[in-house]
Design a binder for this molecule. Structure first.
Ligand SMILES: Nc1ncnc2c1ncn2[C@@H]1O[C@H](COP(=O)(O)OP(=O)(O)OP(=O)(O)O)[C@@H](O)[C@H]1O
Ligand SMILES: [Mg+2]
Length: 271
């Protein structure tokens, strides 16, 4: 019997606030896991904290930010680099040149049955300052993260496009932008495509989410196509997903599981 060849890739999930990024991260992680991949989810959203629940963990791992001395420690390192006069500061915030998933200290990674989660860090206090250090850490961590053949990384990004400004996508293989039925979401998707191309990402596709009819899917697909953007999957509005999100429970694809399976298959064949 011929050996089934496996892929490794780093996928970033982005889009407008509330479009369904964390939901799609969770559903896609479940699908790759079901296919026998080892999946690492990277929570790079510094605002929302419920991704661990959606993935079925009882709590979040200790943020990676704590590994580098917390936000304050990292800010100090950034300040030293800037004052040293480097025009393009290379912040060696993580000491290893190459990070393997097994190098991540156990308290900083949650693991259950082939699904793992790391958390970059969260804004917790008023007036604690901006989230730039989180962006630096996300970028460095993802760039240094070395994947084995059967490992897939899925990054849950913050809403909007600021992460492109922070260069987080520089080591990403695929950008998936979640488009819910709204003009704003559609416009943002086009912007994401341009920014991703600027960051050197070759593969950017849209996933339509919360779709309630074929007519709406067609309108969105046409709107994206007119602007030169291709979709890789359609995910319908799923009451089971909605209820799980409402109750803060683990999100398991109800009827959308089959749709997410198709997205996973398409990614494995295209990338
Ligand atoms: N396919 C779906 N079917 C039904 N409800 C959905 C679906 N996708 C998302 N939702 C609903 O949309 C809400 C927002 O989803 P989610 O938290 O995944 O968005 P997000 O883009 O990660 O938001 P944020 O920008 O705040 O991080 C969920 O709480 C859920 O109610
Ligand atoms: Mg989210």
């Amino acid at each position: 019997m011929s050996r089934v060849e496996k892929r490794h890739m780093k996928i970033s999930i982005c889009g407008k606030g509330g479009s369904g990024k964390s939901t799609i991260v969770t559903l896609l992680a479940n699908e790759f896991k079901a296919k026998g991949y080892r999946v690492l989810v990277v929570d790079s959203d510094e605002s929302n904290s419920g991704l661990y629940r959606m993935l079925g963990f009882d709590h979040s791992p200790i943020p990676l930010m704590e590994l580098v001395g917390g936000k304050k420690g990292l800010k100090e390192k950034m300040a030293v680099k800037f004052s040293s006069g480097e025009s393009e500061p290379k912040m060696e915030v993580l000491t290893l040149d190459k990070i393997l998933v097994k190098d991540i200290p156990p308290q900083h990674i949650k693991e259950s049955d082939g699904l793992r989660l790391v958390n970059i860090g969260k804004i917790l206090h008023s007036l604690e300052g901006c989230a730039c250090p989180m962006g630096v850490l996300s970028r460095e961590f993802l760039a240094k993260l070395y994947l084995d053949e059967d490992e897939i990384v899925i990054v849950d990004m913050e809403a909007g496009v600021e992460h492109f400004g922070r260069g987080i996508e520089t080591s990403i293989d695929v950008v998936l932008v979640i488009v819910e039925p709204s003009f704003e979401s559609l416009e943002l998707a086009i912007k994401v495509k341009q920014l991703a191309a600027g960051a050197g990402v070759k593969n950017t596709w849209a996933i339509l989410n919360k779709i309630t009819s074929d007519a709406i899917a067609t309108r969105l697909r046409d709107g994206l196509a007119r602007r030169g953007m291709e979709i890789i999957g359609i995910v319908h509005h799923d009451p089971q997903v909605f209820e799980a999100c409402l109750d803060g429970r683990k999100v398991d694809g109800g009827v959308v599981s089959e749709e997410m399976k198709k997205v996973a298959d398409a990614l494995l064949s295209k990338v």
